[in-house]
Every structure is written in C-alpha cells, then in structure tokens.
Design a protein around this ligand. Structure first.
Ligand code: PGA
Length: 252
C-alpha cells in the first residue's frame, strides 16, 4: 500500500461514557457524517454495551469498534469480552494497548501482543496504542518507550496483518496539552521508519495521533506528514465537535 492510499481514519473513543438514553447524540453524528459525504473513514468505539445497537444504527456510514478485548476466544474470565464477541456484535475495529488499560489493568507489552493476535484471529482491525508518560518524556526516553512498545506488540506475532497505530503521549490525554506540530511529525516519521524496518509491508500502516485532539487543533495536526488520522477521546462525545474534527481530515 503506498502512502497515497492511506485514507485518513478518525476514531472516537468514548471510554466509559454512553447510555441508551443518549441515542440522539449518535444519531446526530451518523446524520452529520452522511451529510459530509466522502471523507475519512470514521469509527466510533462506544462502551461494549452499545456496540450492537450502534452497529445497526451506523450501517455503512460509520464503523464500530470495541475499546479492548481479551486475548482468548472464550472461557472462565468473568467480566471480559473476546474479540469474537465484539465481531459477533457488529464491531469491525478494536483498540488494544490503550494507556488506560496499561495503567489501570496492568497490561504488559506481551498481553497487548496477545490481544493484537486476538483481533486478527477474529477478523477485526486493531488500533495499537503506544505513547510515553510525562516522566519518560522528561527523561528523554520517548523514542525508546515507543520502540519497546512496538517491538513488544509485534515481535511475538509471527504473522503481522493489517492494523493502525495510534501515538498517544499519556501526558496529552485528557489534559488539553499536545506536543508541538514539529514533535508529532518527528515522532510519526520515526514510527513510520520503525515499522518499515520491521516489515516493509507495514509501510502503509495508518499512523494516528491521539491526546487532546479538538476542533481547534485538528486541522493542523491532520495536515502533518505521516499523520493519517486521529484517536479522539473527550471531543468525540459531542457530535458537533467530532463532526468538526471529521471535516478537518485531509484527503491525500
Ligand atoms: P482525549 O483522549 O482526546 O480525551 O485526550 C484520547 C484517548 O485517550 O484516546
């Protein structure tokens, strides 16, 4: 896949937000997405409880993703949900290795690798998240952390299939802070080279930026070289804000 073929991908990560009663929000979003016509690929990752309903509502206008999955297909794992279950409910994407999972659920790189394999097994498109903490950034360890997380997720997998990768500096998530444009471009260029070095088929992997993307900064971020989309948390909860971000996507 050449760089030209990388249509931008805008993903809304609702995290632990969303009730059936807020259906009007998703309906406004789907209608707005339709009005915008051709544009980026758009995915909403609602809580698991809404995946099935939203997959029906979205039809072909948007795709639905899970926010996490278990590594195994089924079994005695109370409270967990498998990639096959997400697929069965109508999801076509799944986020793996989000920093909140790594932090609050002690997900190691090897667990993330197994979840990546689970997504592929179930026919889902995984969104692999990587990113450094503030302390790691201040220690000058940003690139080594990203390298470790990419190697940790990909190396145990013998056959690497299609996925997208989101660079999300932890200190930028939900804080209103973002790296400078120069920093984002530099880190994405590094990740592009790293993936190419891993396997030249990975040159077409879509690289998303995530962390405090909003309608004001989306245009500048999405125009950067090697930025193929955005992973949006807080601003994806309001349909008007999320639609403005979708409208800011760049056609390459
Ligand atoms: P944010 O979250 O847009 O609210 O910073 C991004 C994410 O965690 O995916």
């Amino acid at each position: 896949m050449s760089v030209k073929d990388r249509r931008q991908l805008i993903i809304g990560n609702w995290k632990m937000n969303g009730l059936k009663a807020q259906r009007a929000e998703i309906e406004t979003l789907i209608a707005g997405r339709k009005r915008l016509g051709a544009g980026p690929d758009v995915v909403i990752c609602p809580p698991h409880t809404l995946v099935n309903e939203y997959a029906h509502l979205a039809g072909n206008d948007m795709q639905i993703g899970g926010q996490d999955c278990h590594a195994l297909e089924n079994g005695a794992f109370t409270g967990d949900i498998s990639a096959e279950m997400l697929q069965d409910a109508g999801a076509s994407f799944v986020i793996v290795g989000h920093s909140e999972r790594r932090q609050y659920h002690q997900e190691s790189d090897s667990i993330v690798a197994a979840k990546l394999a689970a997504a592929w097994r179930a026919g889902l498109h995984p969104i692999l998240c990587v990113g450094e903490s503030l302390a790691e950034r201040e220690a000058g360890a940003t690139l080594s952390v990203i390298n470790r997380q990419i190697d940790g997720a990909l190396s145990p997998n013998r056959n690497v299939a299609l996925f997208s990768l989101a660079y999300e500096p932890i200190w930028a998530i939900g804080t209103g802070k973002t790296p400078t444009s120069h920093e984002i471009a530099e880190i994405h260029a590094h990740i592009r080279q790293k993936l190419l070095g891993f396997d030249d088929r990975l040159g077409g992997t879509r690289l998303l930026y995530g962390g405090s993307v909003n309608p004001q900064n989306a245009g500048a971020i999405l125009a950067l070289p090697n930025v193929d989309g955005a992973l949006v948390g807080g601003a994806s909860l309001k349909s008007q804000d999320f639609l403005a971000i979708i409208a800011a996507a760049v056609q390459r």
